[in-house]
Design a protein. Structure first.
Length: 163
């Protein structure tokens, strides 16, 4: 995994897919996880959101969103992937390679376990303004425990934010 920190969203190189992930607190007892995958032209290939019937720390929610995004990308056989997040701590943990005993460290280890599924997998940090689309998706409201998948037909409000 490589590092980077960007002011705004930038498209991935030709042949790569960039997945931005984010988490959002919906209510005191609900958390939203979301991600958006785009190609080198900035076209949205897929976006997903799910609402969890639990509240978790921001750090754990961000890691859970990234883990879910990477798991879905591996299922789609996207083999050249950039995972991008505004959670600088997550990106730092991914780059460090350090193992810890805290729950968040175990989730980061789970993310690392997906490395063999990809030909290339890089992680980068983007400032919050560059992760707006993923944050908006994370705040969408499917029913508790349900997942909404947008592939091919993406809601206009997501498309407008992505442009």
């Amino acid at each position: 995994m490589s590092t980077g920190s960007f002011e705004k969203w930038l498209p991935p190189p030709l042949g790569w897919i960039k997945v931005n992930s984010d988490a959002a607190t919906i209510t005191e007892v609900r958390t939203g996880l979301g991600w958006v995958a785009r190609d080198h032209e900035g076209r949205i290939l897929e976006a997903r959101v799910k609402r969890l019937k639990t509240q978790m720390s921001a750090e754990i929610a961000e890691v859970a969103a990234a883990k879910w995004a990477i798991q879905c990308a591996s299922e789609r056989s996207w083999d050249r992937l950039i995972i991008e997040s505004d959670a600088k701590g997550l990106i730092s943990k991914l780059h460090s390679g350090c193992k810890g005993r805290a729950y968040v460290d175990l989730l980061v280890d789970d993310i690392r376990s997906f490395l063999p599924c990809f030909r290339f997998l890089y992680a980068s940090h983007v400032k919050r303004i560059g992760n707006t689309v993923a944050h908006f998706v994370a705040k969408m409201c499917p029913e508790d425990g349900k997942c909404s998948v947008f592939r091919g037909i993406v809601p206009c409000n997501i498309l407008m934010l992505a442009n």
